[in-house]
Design a protein around this ligand. Structure first.
Ligand code: FAD
Length: 811
């Protein structure tokens, strides 16, 4: 074993082998994989190893397409052919119209990535899968590329190719410790000696938290026991004359695929259990958990009803093994939060299908700082301080119990809630608040009219539409208040804060005390990394002169890492998070100034406190910091209050609002209003894949200022031209909003993708934002959007259809 490597990957399952291979493909040959036992001796060896192209976002579909392309190449390699049954086809079943709508939407998302799914009815399902009955079946989603692969051969093939490219693989070498040095490099301690490394990668599967502990990190990953069995041969399969397609059933929570002349049947039982929560036996390797088919009887009944032939088929063998989950079911692939030169590729629950793609995107992040797709959906930093293994276990159980039941828009499942609350949560609940969750925070979504009001979850406009309309009307004609919990807020102090921020952002930053500005952070490729509201607070009894940096609720770890990693050794900049200590109350509407004036001393007139100002004050007796900014397009104020004074501020505001008819509104109303203003959402519309010019944020870029991160790439784009352009679309239907990921067409050709959509209640327009090819980005272009299987007429309109000159928020 060498004693040095540029990258050391710990773990030789599909995650580690794929990462190793892809690093060599990106040109890094000085890389090493260290495995405590044999390759694939964790979960990988006993995987059912199904490989689907299905995903709910373009990033997930794209990375799975990469897996499939790679696996086909490995299958066809004459020197080391891998067993891969590609193209058996697979059906995701449905028995509700809402599930069918979901499949139509996911087919639209896939089409934009060049992947063809088909939504088929029950009879067609039965025609393609000769063993199933059509009882209680509406139809399904057909993935023609579905199949399965030999997991051990796949890993051996990847390791072999990596070795040929110069990588080293060390088996039977447990990693026992990790030491990080002042220059951020590592010493990896193993039972066979130490290895110096620039970068380490945790690919430890269900042992990822043992490796995490070696670097003082706890990953939000928990394992579940998961079982499948293999049946005896089934004559009907031989008689079918073709391979039997895969099945995934959200009605009865099982999957199946052909295995030799029989079936493999896997189960997601309701009576499920976590595994290894209190430590894992070091001898558990190449091992399984004890079988327990009693636990899956409920699911078995559903499978028998769908495939009656199973009732007369014997079981050949049973497999029960640990499978890892995260808080939202997607894995953690990318930089480890709070660490330098440390990455992970863990929490994979569909690692055989996805592993090829995850290793590819991880290698790109390590080598180039960013992958070609925006990887937020798998970014380890999307969870912050609340992300314990305890919470993960609760969400893992919930996810396991709903394995094939995708989330509907606005669906926030109950496990692990409430996780993060403010002193106002129960107060708002008593007012009828319906909450969604944002990074674990309970956030006011809308005010429900009655205690037993429930929303019909689905992809079409529903009964909340009218409630949102009323909230928007109230805000735009009078005044409303909402709470924005969990908004990310850093305080930056030190002599060099402004020059530091100037280098980190692409536009002109506010430098005058008392002023506020919006700034964008780019990566080195010119892609949009972050969006921040910068507020210059003068020195006061609350502290020295400082800048408040505000950004999206989930961005805390992401933005903190990006900022701190770019402070130069000789720069005087300190950054501390106030995310969890303060909460925002937003006052919005033409009468909001009157309410603020009644609640706080001082002159709040337009002349004394114009738009884009910041001031410290008291709301009643509560200390507060007020920013004159608006996400709704109405005259509005963000009132940042320390949590211990939040209730006092709320009471003062409600009292001051009595004379002006103040009512509450929620995030759904905010979303409707921001769509009409062309205000974008980070990680929906603002993505690393696109530059500010492509995103229509040209006015926030100052190419004539000094150097900033991403400037050279933007200069290069001036020469090469834009690849896509974000446009606002008016969509001609009142039935459903466009969902993120939906495909945009020009006649039959796909020319773009929706990033977000919602109804604009002030304009009466069904609106969407979409990245489209530049030649059809002109206002007036007529296109169609693929919404729930229909090609709906759409037109490019000017990006801020409501009050385009912003006169209301400046009033
Ligand atoms: C029953 C079952 C069925 C499944 N079916 C499918 C399916 O159909 N399709 C699909 O895509 N996925 C499926 N999965 C999930 C899939 O198998 C996993 O997502 C995947 O195998 C995880 O791979 P991994 O590399 O992350 O982890 P592992 O395979 O567990 O690899 C981690 C490796 O790290 C090593 N390691 C740990 N600690 C150390 C250390 N200190 N030093 C050195 N090495 C260390 C371990 O020995 C191990 O080899 C299934 C899982 C189960 C349990």
């Amino acid at each position: 074993m060498r004693d040095q490597a540029r990258v050391v990957i710990i773990g030789g399952g599909i995650a580690g082998c794929s990462a190793l291979y892809h690093l060599t493909q990106e040109g890094w040959a000085d890389v090493m994989l260290i495995e405590r036992d044999e390759l694939t001796s964790g979960t990988t060896w006993h995987s059912a190893a199904q490989v689907t192209n299905f995903g709910m976002t373009q990033t997930m579909i794209g990375l799975k397409s990469h897996s499939i392309k790679l696996y086909k190449e490995l299958r066809d390699d004459p020197d080391y052919p891998v067993g891969y049954n590609h193209g058996d086809g697979g059906i995701r079943l449905a028995n509700t119209p809402e599930q069918m709508d979901g499949y139509r939407h996911f087919a639209s998302v896939a089409a934009g990535m060049g992947v063809d799914f088909e939504v088929i009815d029950a009879e067609e399902c039965a025609r393609r899968h000769p063993l199933i009955s059509t009882d209680n079946l509406l139809g399904g989603l057909w993935d023609p590329s579905d199949g399965h692969i030999d997991p051990a051969q796949l890993c051996q093939a990847l390791a072999r190719r990596a070795r040929l490219a110069g990588a080293e693989v060390n088996r039977h070498t447990p990693v026992t410790g990790l030491t990080q040095h002042a220059d951020h490099t590592w010493t990896v301690h193993t039972e066979k000696g130490d290895v110096k490394a620039e970068i380490v990668v945790n690919a430890g599967g269900y042992r990822c938290n043992e490796i995490g502990a070696m670097m003082g990190v706890q990953h939000p990953v928990a394992s579940m026991e998961h079982q499948y069995f293999l049946t005896e041969d089934i004559p009907a399969i031989a008689e079918a004359g073709h391979r039997i397609p895969l099945l995934r059933c959200p009605i009865s929570d099982y999957y199946s695929r052909q295995e030799k002349g029989g079936l493999l049947l896997g189960f997601y039982e309701q009576d499920c259990r976590t595994w290894g929560m209190d430590g894992i036996d070091p001898k558990f390797t190449n091992d399984l958990c004890p079988d327990d088919l009693d636990r899956v009887t409920d699911v078995l009944e559903g499978a028998f009803a769908r495939m009656p032939v199973l009732m007369e088929t014997g079981i050949r063998s049973i497999v029960n093994g640990p499978i890892t989950y995260t808080i939202d079911g997607a894995p953690l692939v990318g930089p480890i939060p709070g660490k330098r030169n440390a990455f992970c590729i863990i929490g994979l629950r569909a690692g055989l299908g996805e592993g090829g793609g995850h290793g590819w995107l991880l290698a790109q992040q390590i080598v180039h700082g960013e992958a070609e797709y925006d990887t937020w959906v798998i970014d380890p930093r999307r969870f912050t301080g609340h992300a314990s293994v305890e919470l993960t276990a609760l969400k893992a159980i919930e996810d396991y119990q709903n394995e094939f039941r995708f989330h509907f828009p606005h669906e926030h499942r109950p496990a692990g809630r409430p996780m993060k609350t403010t002193p106002l949560t129960p107060v708002l609940a008593a007012e009828g608040a319906h909450f969604g969750t944002v990074n674990g925070w309970e956030r006011l979504d809308y005010i429900a009219p009655t205690p037993d009001f429930t929303e019909t979850l689905g992809f079409r406009f529903n009964e909340v539409h009218a409630l949102t309309a009323a909230e928007v009307a109230h805000v735009s004609t009078g005044v409303g208040m909402t709470e924005v919990s969990g908004f990310n807020r850093f305080e930056l102090t030190g002599r060099d804060v402004h020059s530091f921020l100037d280098r980190m952002t692409c536009g002109r930053i506010p430098t005058k005390e008392g002023r506020v500005g919006l700034a964008y952070l780019l990566n080195h490729h010119g892609g949009l990394k972050g969006e921040a509201t910068l507020a210059n607070l003068p020195a006061s009894d609350r502290g020295p002169a400082r800048v408040w940096y505000g950004s999206a609720a989930a961005s805390e770890y992401h933005d903190m890492d990006w900022l701190t990693q770019h402070v130069l050794p000789d720069e005087d900049v300190q950054i501390r998070s106030l995310t969890n200590t303060h909460t925002i109350l937003v006052l919005a509407g033409p009468k909001s100034r009157d309410v603020l004036q009644a609640a706080a001393r001082g002159d709040w007139s337009r002349a004394a406190f114009p738009w884009l100002s910041v001031r410290e004050c008291h709301i009643g007796i509560a200390p507060a910091t007020v920013l004159g900014v608006s996400f709704s397009g109405e005259l509005a104020y963000e009132i940042h209050v320390p949590n211990q004074s939040l209730y006092a501020a709320y009471l003062a505001m409600r009292k001051a609002g009595e004379a002006h008819g103040l009512t509450l509104f929620g995030a759904r109303a905010v979303d409707s209003m921001r769509m009409e203003k062309g205000f974008l959402h980070w990680k929906a519309d603002i993505l690393t894949e696109f530059t500010p010019f492509e995103t229509g944020l040209d006015r926030f870029v100052k190419m004539d200022k000094g150097d900033f991160i991403g400037k050279a790439a933007l200069q290069a784009q001036h020469a090469t031209g834009l690849r896509r352009k974000l446009v606002c679309l008016r969509i001609d239907t009142t039935d459903a909003p466009a969902q993120g990921g939906a495909s945009v067409r020009n006649r039959d050709a796909i020319v773009g993708t929706v990033t977000s959509g919602d109804w604009g209640h002030r304009t009466g327009l069904n609106l969407a934002y979409a990245f489209v090819t530049p030649e059809i980005a002109e206002t007036g272009s007529r296109l169609t959007v693929d919404i729930l299987g229909q090609q709906i007429a759409a037109q490019v309109i000017d990006p801020s259809p409501f009050d385009p000159d912003h006169s209301r928020m400046r009033s």
